[in-house]
Design a protein around this ligand. Structure first.
Ligand code: DGI
Ligand code: FE
Ligand code: FE
Length: 198
């Protein structure tokens, strides 16, 4: 499949509820805008935004079934919190059933919920745009938006930190990848600053 905005938009419109599609357009617009600002490819950013939640409305049972069949389970937490699986399931689906062959877009879809250590710019962009698109409304969201505009890496670190705090406060289990992503971004940002923590 060629990376074509119209095709992916139609696919998302067909698969998703109205509400989820609206969120999807919010992520696509914001990711595209941030990409342009930071010198990244806006078309890839828009495409990844359009399909990031493609598997979100598949029942959790079926997500688990697909994840088992396609060997997408890597941590015990994946089965304990199966709502973290919709990114990997969507990426597998897009690659193997729709022939999407853009590795960066696939990785951005795969890792948009938990991140991973060593995230590339498009992965950071989609992870962060997902949390801060125009319909998201929580006290710190404008600070996160500004931070992402100023510096994508620092802004993403702030987004992961926000997720960690939210999970702790709501007493939900923290997936190891979320913590690893946070540690990795912190370490990367410390390199070259002379910090003794690096
Ligand atoms: O699919 P969206 O709702 O647009 O957003 P998302 O893909 O970021 O999923 C958000 C959900 O994922 C939200 O309920 C919090 C959850 N989540 C993110 N990181 C972790 C997590 N849940 C657990 N248990 N552990 C995590 O580390
Ligand atoms: Fe999602
Ligand atoms: Fe989303």
């Amino acid at each position: 499949m060629i990376l074509q905005v119209e095709v992916l938009r139609d696919l998302a419109a067909r698969v998703l509820s109205e509400e989820r599609f609206r969120h999807t357009l919010g992520v696509a617009d914001w990711a595209e805008q941030l990409a342009g600002h930071h010198g990244l490819d806006p078309v890839r950013a828009r495409c990844a935004g359009l399909v990031h939640d493609l598997a979100k409305e598949v029942s959790l049972n079926n997500q688990l079934r697909y994840a088992r069949r396609w060997n997408l389970l890597h941590y015990p937490e994946d089965e304990q919190s199966p709502y973290v699986l919709h990114g990997p399931v969507a990426a597998y689906w897009l690659e193997h059933y729709y022939g999407l062959d853009d590795a960066e877009v696939l990785a951005a879809v795969e890792n948009h919920t938990l991140g991973r250590p060593g995230m590339g710019p498009l992965e950071m962009l989609i992870y962060s745009a997902d949390l801060t698109e125009r319909d998201r409304d929580f006290p710190k969201v404008d600070i996160l938006r500004q931070s992402l505009y100023d510096n994508l890496e620092k802004g993403t670190l702030a987004c992961v930190e926000h997720t960690l705090i939210y999970l702790r406060e709501s007493k939900r289990p923290i997936h190891p990848l979320t913590q690893l992503t946070f540690d990795d971004l912190q370490r990367r940002l410390n390199i070259g600053t002379g910090s003794k923590n690096s």
